[in-house]
Write a protein that binds this ligand. Structure first.
Ligand SMILES: Cc1cc2nc3c(=O)[nH]c(=O)nc-3n(C[C@H](O)[C@H](O)[C@H](O)COP(=O)(O)OP(=O)(O)OC[C@H]3O[C@@H](n4cnc5c(N)ncnc54)[C@H](O)[C@@H]3O)c2cc1C
Length: 305
């Protein structure tokens, strides 16, 4: 075998898994294409010890820490295929080369699909946001909006008044029930049924949304739940089971981050309905430790999932 473990995806989850395995002196290869989900944000918030740092700076620090461990190597390359081979796995890269390892940790994250509205995509991560805990504080109490994709928008519309005066834009996606309207009113959330036509403001900042009837509503930030999909199809190639999540499918894992396929572990946004850098790193810690234990306790990969 070329490596004990290949980790596919070198961001919060993958690098946290690598650290556990490095400290067990395992031969680890981290494959990464350098496109983490939060790359659109100027600062990452809430990651312990790193609050407010640039996402690329955090990853560079994590990689620098790992570089001190001689059994860890990195390749800035995409894994293209993955399959079971004997008591391990074979991963192929875009250049056609293949690498063998005894275990896999999948940590390649998800891709976001955004609503198709003029002025929205270019503001993603700056003034169009997915998570108030990550970026709501920086809006300094200014007015915020929630762009509905479905009824789930109620959740954000109930929370967001803690960050600023809130308007729920139902966008034709659903009609709140009288009971839901009472709950929103109790939180001070306004409800706007006329759809948003475009977002306006200088550069990537948001000043207002223009509605289809021409009215403008001032906003400092617009929150939405993107549709998510795995960043690539390697887990599908391996036939890992999935679950339906609120924004898209995610990999089914047990409490040790083992997927349904023996020897394949998964962590981070790819294997969770809760996108968060700290949670991704915590799951990576679990996956790294579990992959290590699997090498000892199930060396021939004979245990059933
Ligand atoms: C705009 C935005 C801002 C956010 N801000 C915050 C924040 O402030 N605080 C917070 O806690 N959370 C934030 N999040 C959520 C956070 O980004 C994710 O929870 C976190 O990045 C998940 O980490 P991960 O390691 O699972 O995946 P990612 O960070 O997405 O990393 C996956 C890695 O895998 C690589 N990859 C993909 N396919 C392959 C392949 N085939 N081969 C090799 N490598 C591959 C990618 O290039 C990438 O580097 C934000 C999300 C968004 C969308």
């Amino acid at each position: 075998m070329d490596h004990d473990i290949i980790i596919i995806g070198g961001s919060f989850a993958g690098l946290a898994a690598a650290m556990q395995l490095a400290r067990a002196r395992k031969a680890v290869l981290v494959l990464d294409t350098g496109l983490p989900r939060n790359r659109f944000a100027v600062a990452s918030h809430g990651f312990p010890g790193q609050d407010g740092r640039r996402p690329d700076e955090i990853r560079a620090r994590l990689r620098a820490e790992l570089a001190a461990y001689p059994t860890v190597s990195f390749r800035d390359a995409a894994a293209v295929t993955a399959q079971r081979e004997g008591a391990g796995f074979r991963v192929s890269l875009a250049d056609g080369s293949g690498i063998a390892a005894r275990r896999l940790v999948l940590a390649y994250g998800v891709r976001d699909s955004l609503p198709d509205l003029p002025g929205l995509a270019e503001r993603w991560g700056v003034s169009v946001l997915h998570c108030p805990y990550c970026h709501g504080y920086e809006l300094n109490g200014g007015p915020v909006g929630v762009l509905a994709r479905d009824e789930m928008a109620l959740h954000q519309a109930m929370l967001l008044p803690d960050w600023g005066p809130t308007t729920l834009f139902t966008q034709g996606a659903f009609t709140p029930t009288p009971e839901q309207l009472r709950g929103l009113a109790a939180r001070g959330t306004q409800v706007e049924a006329t759809p948003i036509a475009e977002l306006i403001g200088a550069g990537t900042t948001l000043a207002a949304v223009r509605l289809r009837d021409g009215r403008e509503i001032a906003l400092a930030g617009l929150f939405l739940a993107p549709v998510t999909a795995p960043a690539c199809d390697l887990a599908a190639q391996l036939r890992c089971a999935t679950r339906d999540g609120p924004t898209g499918p995610y990999l089914a894992v047990d409490p040790m981050q083992a997927t349904s396929v023996p020897g394949v572990f998964a962590a981070g946004d790819l294997a969770s309905p809760m996108p968060n850098a700290t949670l991704a790193a915590a799951a990576g810690v679990m996956a790294g430790g579990a992959a290590h234990r699997s090498l000892i306790l199930d060396p021939d990969l004979t245990a059933s999932a």
